[in-house]
Design a protein around this ligand. Structure first.
Ligand code: C5P
Length: 402
């Protein structure tokens, strides 16, 4: 048996649903895989199952209250939070999900969850009405947007007799998510990664600006995946389609190309890898009017000046071995133009977007690219932006190590 998971520290939060007993088999399977499992139960969970059951199955502590003294921890919820590689809440009631979404910390489970910086999984289980209530749906969206993985509830006969969505998924499905999350490679630990994303805005007057169709999804996906793989990520973000900042990512917002350049150059010297995915304006209005420009009966000419090229300016502000990756979007001669950018912008890699292919480009969740370096062109098939982020980072790491 592979011992990929041996020694992995899993904290399991059990809240008060009828499905609480099913968490025992999940805990037991994790122990069989070599994980070290500690459990925390809410008071309501104790109505369904005894802590002793978890302690026996895991051969470890099961905590039920912030004031217990079973372990020698100074501040127990903080120590446990720092101890865990993964925090999984199974089952998660509507009440616990609401508390997590709003940062409440009124018992051991929720205090520890709030203090925890590790990867987190929430496995909801509740009556269909409670699950489908807009409040619960909105809470689930909120926690997902903060990087917490929420496992889709199963359909079937519920404890209350109703048939519908809300059953705890099978133990195998829960375990699969846990294994996937635990096996994420931490190969970027110790690396500082800078990502730019989104569109810049170049103001003409206080009301109007020049911008482009970038949604920021690709750059945000890279920031998220790099942080998940252990990097210390700084995201310099222009305007996006209302994307949530991924958890464990430091964000600096920048409006114009000039603002973005300032933000990037300020942090450039600390970076090991810079990935410039932002769609930066090439031109900005020569002068910004302080007041709304009034229309007249004649045509109007807007004079534009060149903006700084952030990627091109970056090389002399970073360490000698910093890896620079740019993006390229063209409607014609994609490869040829992208290869030129690799050289003219002193980059180590250009990711060329094939926007003419369906499913790739603006505001969609998938993309199709070619990864270009000085000695290779790698055509990557259509895939989700998150998966592609991983492929781009894999390729950067390969080149980086050389
Ligand atoms: O020259 P082009 O805009 O096609 O190059 C795209 C790449 O250069 C992207 O990585 C983009 O973030 C970067 N860029 C930049 N500053 C600009 C224009 C583009 O850093 N002013």
């Amino acid at each position: 048996m592979s011992n990929l998971f041996a020694g992995k520290k899993v904290l399991m939060g059990v809240s008060g649903g009828i499905a609480a007993f099913k968490a025992v088999s999940v805990a037991s399977e994790l122990v069989k895989k070599g994980c070290i499992v500690k459990t925390i139960m809410t008071r309501n969970a104790e109505e369904f199952i005894r802590p002793l059951t978890f302690e026996t199955m895991t051969n470890n502590v099961c905590l039920t209250s912030t004031f217990e003294r079973k372990e020698q921890f100074d501040v127990k919820h903080v120590s446990l939070a720092q101890w865990a590689d993964l925090f999984v809440v199974v089952p998660a009631t509507a009440n616990v999900i609401a508390k997590i979404a709003h940062g409440l910390a009124d018992d051991m489970l929720t205090s520890t969850f709030l203090a925890c910086m590790c990867k987190k999984i929430v496995v909801p289980s509740m009556n269909t009405g409670m699950l489908e209530n807009v409040a619960t749906q909105s809470n689930i969206k909120t926690i997902e947007s903060r990087g917490i993985r929420v496992v889709e509830p199963a359909e079937g006969r519920l404890a209350c007799g109703d048939i519908g969505r809300g059953r705890l998924p099978d133990a195998d499905n829960i375990l699969q998510c846990i294994y996937e999350t635990l096996s994420v490679n931490m190969d970027l630990k110790g690396k500082n990664v800078l990502v730019t994303a989104g569109a810049t805005e170049e103001y003409i007057d206080p009301i109007r600006f020049l911008t482009n169709r970038s949604s920021g999804k690709m750059g945000y996906a890279i920031a998220k995946v790099a942080a998940d793989r252990g990097a210390k990520v700084t995201l310099v973000s222009g305007r996006t389609s209302n994307l949530a900042v991924p958890s464990n990512v430091k964000v600096l917002f920048a409006g114009s190309a000039c603002d973005m350049q300032k933000a990037v150059l300020n942090v450039a010297k600390d970076q090991d890898i810079c990935i410039l995915a932002a769609a930066v304006a090439d031109y900005a209005p020569k002068a910004k009017s302080n007041h709304k420009i009034k229309k007249t009966s004649s045509n109007m000419v807007l004079e534009l000046t060149r903006t700084p090229d952030i990627l091109e300016s970056l090389r002399e502000h970073v360490k000698e071995d910093t890896f620079l990756c740019g993006f390229s979007m063209e409607t014609q001669n994609l490869l040829e133009n992208s290869k030129k950018k690799l050289i003219s912008k002193n980059a180590d890699m250009i990711v060329a977007n094939n926007i003419n292919d369906s499913g790739a480009g603006f505001d969609v969740n998938t993309n199709k690219v070619s990864i270009i370096t000085c000695d290779s062109v790698l055509d990557i098939p259509l895939m989700t932006k998150e998966k592609l982020a991983g492929v781009i980072l894999d390729n950067i790491l390969k080149k980086f190590k050389n």
